[in-house]
Design a protein around this ligand. Structure first.
Ligand SMILES: C[S@@+](CC[C@H](N)C(=O)[O-])C[C@H]1O[C@@H](n2cnc3c(N)ncnc32)[C@H](O)[C@@H]1O
Length: 390
């Protein structure tokens, strides 16, 4: 288990050369025992294990911290909870006008680093000694230590006031993911209380499943996706809220769509099917996207859109529709045979069918024309849509 003392050692001259070599080529499972045996001849068992673990975590962290993970310090759970650099840079941008900010619950410093890079001086606060040490080591690794001030404290009992802060509460309890804002560490309610009393401008990162009813009236809620995957919802409070309401942000494009409450018309599918980005769906902005692009919904309750033309947009993916029919397995297999189709994916929305077992019941033409089967509802009837896959 990584401790602050072991972390200090990992960052020391004593460990440097070995850590460098292991980072360049971390051992896989088959090489693990041989590597540990070799390392134990020079280092203690704890040091040997820590060297190998860090080298492997650096490799894994490359997706969250591209190009920079190799010089950083990690602990498994802190890495799992760390904000990816692209998302952290997006949320940190709003803080650029504040000279001093606090990162409440800094973990290994994913957000601290982004805030410091945005130009702020950052108090990196965490109740775990190891987290504070990790954040400090990573600030040094990024050359930002002059702007990062590690503080070990419980953020729910602050002895200070700060104009603006970011909070990324823990979303795990006993190794399990939590789904309610009351179960966060610290809980959302205590962060909202801090905003009322001590921190007028606050951004709180929350689980993307955040209920709209949990959004305070004057807050802005922003759902953020990265590469088509929903990452988080952020509550922006006080002066950090651009305006009260909900918006979807799509990264890495860095574009946002506000929910204005527009209603799309509903009609049968046309030439293209559009699947809105999950951030757009969670923000409740599907109708707004449809109106903006001149599309329509294929069902009043289903987040698929359709249109006669293919319009490039960062807010949705789209495919040409080959054909569509009321749902019927025999008809589907007949049509797949006629099309000489290789089903590359089964998607569903508003259908009780489980895609994977269903896929095994479909006619196959190995090496055939790639087709995506969509199981959904059209005008409130079970429907199937065949898309040209790639
Ligand atoms: C989700 S992690 C933060 C990850 C971080 N934003 C990053 O990108 O690396 C949440 C952190 O909050 C800390 N935490 C939870 N409750 C706290 C409290 N009451 N006071 C201070 N820190 C707390 C945990 O120790 C944990 O490191």
């Amino acid at each position: 288990m990584l401790t602050p003392a072991l972390l200090r050692w990992l960052a020391s001259e004593d460990a440097r050369a070995e850590l460098h070599a292991l980072t360049a080529s971390p051992p896989d499972d088959a090489q693990l025992l041989t590597t540990l045996t070799r390392l134990r001849k020079r280092f203690s068992p704890e040091q040997a294990a820590a060297l190998v673990e860090l080298a492997r975590l650096r490799q894994r962290a490359e997706t969250k911290f591209p190009g920079r993970a190799r010089a950083m310090f990690f602990e498994r759970e802190a890495l799992e909870q760390a904000s990816p650099a692209v998302v952290a840079a997006w949320t940190a941008r709003r803080f650029a006008r504040f000279a001093r900010v606090a990162d409440l619950g800094c973990g290994l410093g994913g957000d601290t680093l982004a805030l410091a890079e945005a130009g702020c001086r950052v108090a990196a606060v965490d109740r775990r000694a190891l987290a504070v040490s990790l954040a400090a080591s990573n600030a040094r690794a990024w050359g930002l230590d002059a702007r990062v001030h590690p503080v070990r404290a419980d953020v729910t009992r602050p002895a200070w006031e700060v104009e603006a802060a970011w909070a990324d509460p823990g979303r795990r309890e006993g190794g399990r993911r939590v789904f309610h804002p009351d179960q966060l560490q610290p809980p959302l309610a205590s962060l909202l209380a801090l905003q009322r009393t001590r921190i007028p401008n606050l951004g709180v990162k929350l689980m993307p499943g955040l209920e709209h009813a949990a959004i305070p009236p004057q807050a802005e809620a922003e759902w953020i996706s990265l590469g088509g995957e929903l990452k988080e919802a952020v509550l922006w409070l006080g002066g950090l809220a651009e305006r009260p309401g909900r918006r979807a942000t799509v990264l890495p494009a860095g574009v946002s769509l506000w929910r204005e409450g527009a209603a799309a018309r509903v009609a049968e599918p046309g030439a293209y099917l559009y699947e809105p980005d999950p951030a757009v769906i969670r923000a409740g902005a599907v109708g707004d996207l449809a109106v903006r692009l001149g599309l329509w919904q294929i069902d009043g309750d289903i987040a698929y859109l359709s249109g006669e033309a293919r319009i490039p947009t960062p807010f949705a993916r789209s495919w040409p529709i080959l054909e569509h029919h009321p749902f019927h397995l025999k008809t589907l297999n007949r049509r797949l045979r006629a099309l000489q189709a290789e089903v590359v994916a089964v998607k569903k929305r508003g259908s009780p069918i489980e895609p994977e077992p269903f896929r095994r019941r479909l006619h196959r033409t190995p090496g055939g024309r790639p087709v995506i089967v969509v199981l959904t509802r059209v005008l409130n009837r079970p429907w199937m849509i065949l898309l040209a896959g790639t």
